[in-house]
Design a protein around this ligand. Structure first.
Ligand SMILES: Nc1ncnc2c1ncn2[C@@H]1O[C@H](COP(=O)(O)OP(=O)(O)OP(=O)(O)O)[C@@H](O)[C@H]1O
Length: 275
């Protein structure tokens, strides 16, 4: 199902990458119209790991996440100064089709958003869109199994996706996102609409999926970042002087960032002194 472009994006440009560095996100300045939303945020994403973006509201976590698969392109006035390299290839290069980027880098949103169609059709949606030549039923089953949902829905594959609980709907959306076998999964606060039991299931699922996918998650929940993330990036926006531009304060292995942060602002955030 891959296109030549996808093949190119998936192939490391030999001299530019190490095997572990999958995405090199180097945002110098990012604008929505005249508004400078994010500055100076360089974040590496390592293959086969979970990276968490944390920080107070408005610091640019979701904006930076959406840069990784060009979802911001859909927002009027969006402009990026910088580069996002996937396997050493600039995903913002003029010849790159953003749709192909999004095929390689899937996304799951804060609110579970199944389509108003059957469970099976939800998961098979991207397969139909991409004219997948393989066995659809088999791929749908594999994806539901990988999303830890198969046992709960195998007898009602033709029921509406909207008939599932919130946690099941979110796992359905994960199954839909992985059905086309992206390389990377972006998750924007995937548990914020879920209860603690459903949240635990999604966290367990993330740890399982990390064997096959590289995951980047935005979370407000610092305990969640500690539980699931190998690496954490802390963003901050200092609004006290009327500023509203978010930027990266520090990035590192999760245990290091939480146990021994380099910056006082990080330490204060982790101690819960502001949110
Ligand atoms: N579509 C948009 N158009 C204009 N400005 C936007 C848009 N989306 C976000 N912004 C602005 O960009 C800045 C960063 O927003 P973003 O949603 O990325 O932050 P965040 O850290 O994810 O916040 P939260 O934790 O509240 O979701 C904010 O000032 C926000 O108002």
């Amino acid at each position: 199902m891959s296109t030549p472009l996808q093949d190119a994006l998936g192939t490391p440009a030999s001299s530019q990458t190490t095997t572990a560095l999958l995405i090199n996100c180097a945002i110098d300045r990012l604008y929505y119209g005249d508004f400078l939303a994010v500055r100076d945020s360089h974040v590496p994403i390592t293959k086969g790991t979970i990276t968490a973006f944390i920080g107070p509201s408005g610091c640019g976590k979701s904006t930076v996440l959406r840069c990784l698969n060009r979802m911001n392109d859909l927002i009027r006035g969006f402009r990026l100064e910088g580069q996002v390299l996937l396997n050493g290839h600039d995903i913002y290069a003029p010849e790159v089709d953003p749709v192909a980027v999004r095929r390689t880098i899937g996304m799951v949103f804060q609110q579970p958003n199944p389509f108003a169609m059957s469970i099976a059709k939800n998961v098979g949606f991207g397969l139909r869109l991409n004219r997948f030549k393989g066995n659809h039923q088999e791929r749908i089953r594999e994806s539901l199994e990988a999303a830890a949902l198969w046992d709960e829905v195998k007898d009602k594959l033709h029921s509406s996706g909207l008939s599932l609980s919130g946690g099941q709907q979110q796992r359905l959306c994960i199954a839909r996102a992985i059905a086309t076998r992206p390389e990377i999964l972006l998750m924007d606060e995937p548990c914020s609409a879920l209860d603690p039991i459903a949240t635990k299931k999604i966290e367990d699922l993330m740890l399982e999926l990390k064997k096959d996918y590289t995951i980047v998650i935005v979370t407000h929940n610092m305990d969640q970042a500690r539980r699931v993330a190998d690496y954490t990036a802390f963003f901050y926006v200092d609004t006290t002087q009327g500023g509203r531009t978010g930027h990266l304060i520090e990035y590192g292995p999760t245990y290091q960032l939480f146990e021994n942060p380099l910056h006082e602002t990080t330490a204060r955030y982790i101690r819960g002194e502001f949110s």
